[in-house]
Write a protein that binds this ligand. Structure first.
Ligand code: PGA
Length: 234
């Protein structure tokens, strides 16, 4: 199975720091992995090498009077192939709901890019046995009216909110249960990733999970040494 690795750089690095990071990243080889790097919008044009480029968000319209927004067609025009949608950090700070995410997912697909759709439960939901219910609602609402054939072009990242940036991860069987479930309610060919506190210490264990197409890595992708160790062990 293809091993997808998404590096979500979030809102990190000044231009000089980014150039340093980039010069190291561009020395790496990605023969074993399908590597996608997602920097802040302003740095996207700097990235161009033997990997794929992703954005961390986009608007659902292609142009117009939307000050401060970035459109899917603009991203496509500079060589972006993937767009992360609905990251829980965005859901928390903006009014993005599943309906807006649905519009964004359609816009990304129309522009011939691949959405990386983030879903995941809170700790309270997990404790109350509501995880699969929560995932189902998110997946159905976000993928509403999207052509079945397109499901093979979609990536869904299972990111439990309580595991992001906390150094706590679910057990392998908990992750596997959700990954298998997502494929059941979408398509066997939908690609499912896990994200949340993946690092060089736990990758050897996490890579044993069946039904998983890869990982979405936040904090650990900011350090090239750490990122290299993760890739070496996956
Ligand atoms: P983390 O972030 O790896 O720092 O937990 C993952 C994410 O936000 O997708």
């Amino acid at each position: 199975m293809e091993k997808i690795v998404v590096a979500n750089l979030k809102m990190n690095f000044t231009i000089d720091e980014m150039k340093d990071y980039l010069s190291e990243l561009n020395k790496m080889s990605f023969n074993k992995h399908h590597f996608i790097v997602c920097p802040t919008f302003i740095y996207l044009p700097l990235f161009n090498n033997n990997y794929f480029i992703g954005a961390q968000n986009c608007h659902y319209l292609d142009k117009g009077s939307f000050t401060g927004e970035v459109s899917p067609s603009q991203l496509k025009s500079i060589g972006v192939s993937y767009v992360i949608l609905g990251h829980s950090e965005r859901r928390k700070t903006s009014d993005e709901d599943n309906n807006i995410m649905n519009n964004k997912a359609k816009a990304v697909l129309t522009n011939k890019m691949i959405p990386i759709i983030c879903v995941g439960e809170t700790m309270k939901e997990r404790k109350n046995n509501k995880t699969l219910e929560r995932i189902k609602t998110q997946v159905y609402e976000i993928l509403k009216d999207i052509d079945k054939n397109n499901l093979e072009n979609i990536i869904i990242a299972y990111e439990p909110i309580w595991a992001i940036g906390t150094n706590i991860t679910p057990t392998n069987s908990e992750i596997e249960e959700v990954a298998t479930y997502i494929k059941q309610i979408t398509s066997i060919n939908t690609k499912v990733l896990y994200g949340g506190s993946v690092n060089s210490n736990n990758i050897k264990e996490l890579k044993l999970i069946k039904d998983l197409n890869g990982f979405l890595i936040g904090g650990s992708s900011l350090n090239i040494k750490e990122l290299t160790t993760i890739l070496d062990n996956y």
